[in-house]
Design a protein around this ligand. Structure first.
Ligand code: TXA
Ligand code: MG
Length: 330
């Protein structure tokens, strides 16, 4: 059932459901989350079951403010403090050492915990209403089945989990790709997942160089969003340069059955076979991130079997989009 995030009674209803150990489709500025009380083991188990996600893959715990961090983290390094001060509330998740008496199931058994304070006003209202009832953290992975495309609208969430799930409608997600994740448990900041907050912005805010997980010769923590194949639509995705998709379309001529193309430039009239579905890829990385998952979902919904996507520019602001596209194509 979809209820309105603009209605304070519905927001309270959503918070009450969470505090009672129920699941909720929660809007955030990045993507919709499948939310549950992070300290409630049975509620957290419902998330893993509904998503079909392995229970050793840790979930992000959402908090209403930086003050709630002490409820979950045993220690916060100075650079993590700086990142929080700069980017919270917002699309940044910090991995911190976990207090060993809290949220073990939500953390997938790791000795660390991922924490994020989202900026979406509806998410914040829900988190505050939960905190008022003593529920300080809400675990929420993206509200999609394991390995699939993340949802950026209430309707997307409903199409994943059906009408039995309570979903709070907060409109279309502004950012459109998941939060940037920085591991703060290794003495230096490590970029686990790129997102809208770029590598440059993070390095600037804490005055430290970001380290790549591969550069550390320790076991990287399990992270679903970092699996090679993830965010995949049903259709097969192929990344192609602009020259390559042009050549390939010319070769196909009119035989473009069940084919979709997401590219910056529109194919010429001659290249546009009757069966080709085309969408414009925005020239701006922020806008492209916003559109990405809904474009993929839309292609799937129209029964497309193959999706060609123009390889985005190699510049830092496209890193989050490039990352999701590489995984969708893997
Ligand atoms: O934008 C977002 O982050 C969204 C919204 C709902 O907040 N959530 C999200 O959750 O993307 P999820 O579960 O789909 O991705 C969370 C990622 C996973 O790759 C998970 O493994 C990683 O964060 N993660 C969470 N806690 C971790 C930990 N303690 N150590 C390492 N990775 C962790
Ligand atoms: Mg996910």
């Amino acid at each position: 059932m979809i209820i309105s995030g603009n209605n304070p009674t519905h927001v309270q209803q959503a918070a009450d459901a969470l505090c009672a150990g129920e699941l909720l489709g929660l809007p955030t500025e990045t993507v919709y989350g499948l939310a549950a009380d992070a300290s409630h083991e049975n509620a957290v188990a419902k998330i893993f079951k509904a998503k079909g996600r392995p229970s050793n893959h840790p979930l992000i715990v959402h908090v209403a403010s930086a003050e709630a961090v002490a409820k979950f983290a045993s220690e916060v390094p100075a650079f993590a403090q700086q990142l929080m001060a700069k980017f919270w509330p917002g699309p940044l998740t910090l991995i911190l050492p976990r207090r060993d008496d809290v949220a073990a199931a939500a953390a997938g058994g790791q000795t660390s915990v991922g924490l994020r304070c989202p900026s979406h006003p509806v998410a914040l209202a829900v988190l505050k209403a939960c905190a008022a009832q003593g529920v300080w953290g809400i675990a929420a992975p993206s509200a999609n089945l394991f390995g699939r495309v993340s949802p950026t609208s209430a309707a997307h969430v409903q199409s994943e989990f059906g009408d039995a799930l309570l979903i709070l409608d907060g409109g279309e997600c502004e950012v459109g790709i998941e939060s940037t994740i920085v591991d703060c448990t290794r003495g230096v900041p490590v970029l686990l997942r790129p997102g809208q907050i770029s590598r440059t912005q993070i390095e600037h805010a804490c005055d430290l160089k970001l380290v790549a997980p591969e550069a550390l010769n320790t076991d990287a923590p399990r992270a679903s969003g970092t699996l090679a194949s993830h965010y995949a639509p049903t259709a097969k995705v192929r990344l192609m340069s602009s020259a390559d998709w042009r050549k390939a379309l010319e070769a196909l001529g009119p035989h473009t059955q069940n084919l979709a193309l997401w590219s910056a430039e529109k194919p010429s009239h001659e290249m546009m076979g009757a069966g080709l579905l085309w969408r414009a890829m925005p020239l701006d990385a922020t806008q492209a991130a916003h559109d990405l998952f809904s474009v993929l979902r839309n292609f799937d919904a129209r029964g497309v079997r193959t999706i060609w996507i123009e390889t985005p520019p190699e510049t830092p602001e496209w890193e989050g989009v490039r990352d999701r596209l590489n995984r969708a194509a893997a």
